[in-house]
Design a protein around this ligand. Structure first.
Ligand SMILES: [Zn+2]
Length: 57
């Protein structure tokens, strides 16, 4: 998922991604990184086959 012009530093494009620690936003232009612990938290607690049913964001 990409959020156009979402970067607070350079107004660049932000991509929302996740790793083993959780969700984060990263700017494609300047590398600005912002963790998003609020996103996807409920999803990770669920069995894998139910994750797709939960809307993210
Ligand atoms: Zn930026």
């Amino acid at each position: 998922m990409i959020k156009l012009k979402g970067c607070p530093k350079c107004k660049g494009d932000i991509v929302l991604d996740s790793d083993t620690h959780g969700w984060y936003e990263q700017c494609l232009q300047c590398g600005y990184l912002h963790e998003r612990p609020d996103v996807g938290r409920e999803v990770y607690r669920m069995p894998e086959k139910e994750r797709e049913l939960v809307p993210v964001g």
